[in-house]
Every structure is written in structure tokens, then in C-alpha cells.
Ligand binder design. Sequence first.
Ligand code: FAD
Ligand code: SF4
Length: 526
Amino acid sequence: MLQRFETLNAASREPCRHLHWVLGDQLSATDLFATGFDPKWDWVLMVEAKAESTYVWSTKPRTLMFLAAMRHFADELVATGVRVLYQRLDAPDHTGTLLGELERALVWLKPAALHLIEPGEWRLRAEISAIQSVPMTLHEDPHFLCSHTQFAAHANGRKQLRMEYFYREMRVRERVLISKDGKTPEGGAWNFDHDNRGSFDARGPGLVPPPTFVAPDATTLAASAAIAAVLPDHPGHTEHFAWPVTRAQALESLDRFIRQRLPLFGQYQDAMWTGETWLYHSHLSAALNLKLLNPREVIAAAEAAYHRGDAPLSSVEGFIRQILGWREYVRGIYWRFMPEYLDRNALAAAEPLPAWYWTGNVSMRCLSDVITQTLQHGYAHHIQRLMVTGLYALLLGVDPKAVHAWYLAVYVDAVEWVELPNTLGMSQYADGGGMASKPYIASGKYIQRMSNYCTNCRFNPALASGVKACPFTTLYWQFIDRHRDMLAANPRLAMQVRNLDRFSDDALAAIRDRADAIRRSGGQPP
Ligand code: FAD
Ligand code: SF4
């Protein structure tokens, strides 16, 4: 029988054997049925809760991504006969929290047992694990290719974890881009970085095939209205929201990426250009993280394009490395080192996050472009996150927890298991090298090489001091100055320390003065 209750106060009710709680980033019917869900006897619970958007200051596009996808998923379940108890964000009787609504659902439906797939966040897992009021089964998440046990087997006994070795193991185990001997990489190399990482010439990217934009339907518009009512002061805008929010839309998005943008993905994966948000990236992270897509099907689609001759190996390997390598690896890091990972601050960074990270209202062109795009779409590609917003926070010395709270709040794909290691580890080096072998530092010249942002900026990336100096360049040299001992001990960065040593005392003093002035004026150059 088809039934859907919008609030927990609905009058009618049918018996419930087991209650299967589906969290907002677990929108896969396959995964639900894999946990033993039987529509004949069992119910699904889904809850939108204000507290999930307020414990970090979640932007409107990010919250809308979750709510729109959840509502569509619930509708799809109901259409196939599943009984769904659904609590909306703007329900008048809402307790405001996930656990508050769960307790009410348990009282109302009196299930004999509660089932759910493990949450993707340590905080929620700890809260849920403490539930005593009903027998509960927490299922391992079947979405990932590397289980907790498999990651432990990879990590145990290693002094240092590195994505590259993990990735090679995954390639062999999953037989992805592997030769017939089952051991050697397709094309004779594990990566083709020398063919990738290009930038655009002065003409820019030209016409890039656009991603799949989905006009918001009534369901998405209703979710957007609920956000406007309940979270009016949250940052970001929903007018531009056009993300795929159903599995069918996500599959269409995957197909279009494979056909139209994958061939040039590798070559331009690090490139940036003013006003060009989408470029040759896949924009599949939110669909993957909310489980609308399975990583296995995404990897298989990319590999098949290579075997058909539709995309070069350099692009296909570069793309698969992100999903089979980085995505699985950061999840392994997260669960292995949480909860103490969250408190790491290896560089003792303590500056506040500049207020303009929440508005984009800043005179540095690269930052204003990337933050504005982020607040409009909830999206920036990897190099924009790592080498613009992340790099600036690192050079400025911002408290890594504040940086983490920002990244978790602003992107439509942000779930803590993937966001935290990328932010705290890869971008801010707060884990002291657990994720990355060196801090990702660069001067404004890197941004100049990879984009056209500097062309229209009032600062000069070649200058390290003075009012026209690019703040990235000033803070880069001052970062090396501040962390000289740590950097000199790293063979990959010792050269940069030697370069600093060539500066005259006066030049160094001018850099320090300028860096101090930038910090005094809230990270915005005076
Ligand atoms: P593409 O460039 O098309 O890459 C393909 C896919 O590979 C992505 O969809 C994603 O699923 C995966 N991927 C790529 N890089 C990574 C990575 N470093 N770690 C894990 N998966 C990766 N990714 C998130 O999904 N959620 C986050 O909250 C998040 N926060 C980040 C914070 C910082 C500071 C940094 C530096 C990176 C972060 N990333 C995060 C990783 C990466 O930037 C995004 O996955 C990517 O930009 C999403 O865009 P896309 O789908 O177009 O990716
Ligand atoms: Fe960014 Fe510096 Fe280039 Fe300006 S000059 S766009 S601040 S890197």
C-alpha cells in the first residue's frame, strides 16, 4: 500500500516490523534493500533537521542539495510501494534535531528494531550508537570499494600512508585499467601527470560543453521555500540551483560528462578561468556522496570510454585516480584517525577566518571569483578549493577548525568523511603530513600560471612587498620564513628555504611588515 506521511503527527498508521532510517546522504534504493528492508513489513524514516544545517553555517545551496534529493528519493520510494515516514524541515511540530524526530518515530511506530547504514560523520555515528531505546543494527556502508577492514589491512604496519600506494593496490584488486597479466598498469604507467595539468592560452577555454543543468521542479522549489523560511540568514543563493537531484538525472549527468568532457578532463583539470565555473570537470561529487551514483558505475563508464577509443588514457586514468584513489583514501584516513584528527593543528595556526569568506567581497580577484561562484552554485573545482581559498587560509595561518567549518558549510558535496581530510590534511597541513607529503604552498605566480585571474587584479603576483604586492606572494614568503625549520627538513621544500635566504634583510623586513598589515586588516590587503 502506498503511503507517505509528511509529519509524525499523521493520524493513520500501519504496523511496522523494522524501521529503516535513511540519512540524507544515503539515497540509494539498492543499498536500502541490501540492509534487509522488506516493504511488506518495514518502514523507512527520513528526517530533515534544522540542527544539521546550523552546527556549521550551511549555505542555502548545500542544504537545498540534500533536501531536494531527499524529497525526490522519498517520492520514488513511495511510488514503488514503500511506506515512508518523512519529517520536513518546516514542519510546525519539529524538534529541530534528527534524534528528536527519531525518538518520536519510535514512539509512534513502535518497531521491533531499527536499521541504518553507518553515517558518514563521526559526530552522528557517536550520537546514534548511543541509542538504547530500540535494538539497532548499524550496517557497513556498501557504497565504497574499500571497506574499513580492507583499509586497516592496507594501513597496518605502515609508518606513513600515501595515496599513491593505496591507489595502486586498488587498481590491481578491482582490476581497473590493468593489463591482462592482472598486475601491470594499462599503458605501462600508473599515472600520466606529464600529459595533464595544462592551462588555457590567452584566448581562454572557448566553448566548453556545459554540464547537465536541471530546472528546479515543484519539489525542489518547495524545499527551497522551506530553507528560506527556516534558515533565512544562512549564506548563499538558491536562484542558480540546477543540480541533478534524482538518480535518473545523475545518470544523465554522468553520461554527458563521459561523452563530452572526459576527453579533455586530464589536460585541463587544474586550469582556472574568470567566470568559468564548470570547465571540463564532472560535477558528480554531490551525486556520488549522496549515493545517487555508485562509484563502481562511474569508474566503469570512464574505463569503457577509454576501451572504445573515445577518451585518452591520460584523462581516463586521471579521472579514475580521483574516485578509486583519492575518494576511497580520504575516507580511510577519516575513519582511521577520527575523532582526534579533528583537533590536529600541526602548524599552530590561530588566525580567525576572514569574514569575507562568507561574502566574496574582497579585492583579490582570484578569491572574489572563487568565493562568489561557491556561494552561487555550491561548487568550485579541486584546484580552486586547494590553491585559492585553501592556500590563502593556509598562508594567512587561519585556525584549521574554522577553515573546516567553512568548507563543510559551502559545498553541495560536503560530507565530513570527505571534506575533513581534504581540508585539514591536504589543504591546511594541520595533520602534520598524514595526508600529504608536504604543505601545498605556492606564491601568486602559481595562480597566474593556471588562470587569468591576475590579469584583472590590482595586485602583482611577482611582487612580495609594497602596496601592489600580491598577498599570496607576500604571505608565501612569510610562511617559509615562519616555518623555516620544518620546511628545510623536507627534501621537496628545502630549495624554497634556500631561495628565501637570498633575500636581503631589508626585503625580508618589508615582507614581514606587509604580512602583518594584511593580518591586521582582516586578511584583506590594506
Ligand atoms: P572532478 O574533478 O570531476 O573529480 C571526479 C570525482 O573525483 C569527484 O566528483 C570526487 O568524487 C572525486 N574526487 C576528486 N578529488 C577528490 C579528493 N581530493 N577527495 C575525494 N574525492 C575526490 N570533495 C567532496 O566530495 N566533498 C567535499 O566536501 C570536499 N571538500 C574539499 C575541500 C578541500 C579543501 C579540497 C582541497 C578538496 C575537497 N574535495 C571535496 C575534493 C574535490 O575538490 C571535489 O571532490 C571536487 O572538486 C568535486 O568536483 P567534481 O565532481 O567536478 O570533481
Ligand atoms: Fe590572486 Fe594575487 Fe593574482 Fe590577484 S595577483 S588574482 S590576489 S594571485
